[in-house]
Design a protein around this ligand. Structure first.
Ligand SMILES: Cc1ncc(COP(=O)(O)O)c(C=O)c1O
Length: 397
């Protein structure tokens, strides 16, 4: 008798979908390889090269044969450098025992949710949110509770909005400021109120500090610098955007010791250590000269100041001025309902096919009237792409 093959997949894998930002990148890449002249506003990564001092540190690591396994949670020198950088930048006092080095900030977020969330737990996530949050919470068996922010108020989140969404089952609140995709920055006072609210109720406050150095009007700040924060605040950090190192895959978690231990345990049975060479590169990034960060920020500001007014020139399009990160999040609802375009997914799809411009549809971030434009690309590409976008929208009229 032929045995029945157990070909069904585990139920948990059906709770997640392929990252929409990755989908857009793959489609833009496919078209480009077919010879199409695509303008790519989809990629959420700096267009700058990794600074030379960082590259040299990696080359040196190879030459010195630093090419073997390291401890699963990363080398102690790098953990120390992460803690010291965080102290210098934000006045916190983490120790290496609080730190885990992982394969990018995304991996930190995944490990953290796996370590903390289980079936029945609720996780509060402000909308618009970064795509991955929803999927990693679902994968862990938790339930997402979305808190809608309003475009008319600059997508600003308040503590009162969070408070309304808390229940006895809330285990964690996830904050990302500056926010991907809207570029909104949480007011410091509101952030502090959210911290006091969550710590009073014994709820974890996860702060994704991915874009914390890219702020246009305020100084970098970490909620973890408040007294008592190290008990309930969980930090997901990364060198990816700050130092133009997206491909190196180094992120870090700063958490209470028992959680760092839990993440370390999980990581020891999955990826083991992040690449040894990339760890040495990240060490140089965190301990070497920091001026490249300011240079990139100044360039992002120049581009933001071009992109947003240019978007606002397109009839029917509105766009908030982002206070941080490198994304604009225009409202393109003027195009919905025209020539068969019903959703922002349709819009992004048709824009790519008919005008060869890649953007990420708002549906990916939990809103249904926007698209995300990454301005981490050259001024020439921004001009070309925005001209095409304008023509595309005008032709729908
Ligand atoms: C909000 C946010 N958090 C975390 C990450 C993860 O970055 P990485 O895994 O490249 O370090 C990203 C990347 O796009 C992001 O936008």
């Amino acid at each position: 008798m032929t045995p029945t093959l157990k070909t069904d997949m585990a139920e948990r894998i059906s709770r997640i979908s392929v990252s929409s930002t990755m989908k857009v990148a793959a489609e833009a890449d496919r078209l480009r390889r077919e010879g199409v002249d695509v303008v790519d506003f989809g990629a959420g990564e700096p267009d700058f090269p990794t600074p030379d001092n960082i590259k040299r540190a990696a080359i040196q690591a190879i030459e010195q044969n630093f090419t073997k396994y390291t401890p699963a949670g990363g080398i102690v020198e790098l953990k120390k450098a992460v803690c010291e950088r965080h102290t210098a930048d934000f006045g916190t006092s983490y120790k290496p025992a609080n730190c885990v080095i992982s394969v990018g900030g995304k991996h930190v977020l995944f490990n953290l949710t796996q370590a903390v969330i289980e079936a029945g737990d609720e996780v509060v996530i402000p909308t618009p949110y970064w795509v991955t949050y929803k999927d990693i919470v679902n994968y862990a068996g938790g339930t997402c509770v979305f808190v809608d922010t309003d475009e008319a108020n600059g997508f600003k989140l308040t503590a009162a909005m969070i408070e309304k969404s808390l229940t006895p089952r809330t285990k964690m609140v996830m904050i990302n400021s500056p926010t991907n995709p809207s570029g909104a920055v949480l007011d410091r006072e509101e952030f502090e109120k959210i911290f006091h609210l969550t710590s009073r109720r014994g709820i974890y406050l996860l702060t994704d500090e991915c874009y914390c150095h890219f702020l246009y009007d305020s100084s970098p700040f970490s909620i973890a610098s408040l007294p008592g924060a190290s008990n309930t605040v969980l930090i997901a950090g990364t060198v990816s955007k700050t130092y133009a190192m997206t491909g190196w895959r180094i992120g870090f978690g700063l958490t209470p010791e028992h959680l760092a231990g839990a993440m370390n345990k999980l990581q020891s049975h999955s990826t083991s250590n992040p690449t040894s060479i990339a760890q040495k590169a990240a060490l140089e990034a965190l301990t070497g000269p920091q001026d490249s960060v300011g240079v990139m920020l100044a360039e992002y500001r120049r581009r933001r100041d071009f992109v947003v007014p240019r978007l606002r020139q397109i009839a029917g399009v509105t766009c908030n001025m982002p206070d941080g990160a490198f994304y604009a999040y225009p409202n393109i609802s003027c195009a919905l309902g025209k020539k068969g375009i019903r959703t922002t997914l349709d819009f992004a799809d048709r824009l790519l096919k008919e005008a060869s411009v890649a953007v990420v549809p708002g549906e990916a971030f939990g809103t249904d009237r926007h698209v995300r434009i990454s301005y981490a690309t050259s001024m020439a590409e921004l001009e070309r792409g925005l001209d095409r976008l304008q023509k595309f929208i005008e032709n729908l009229a």
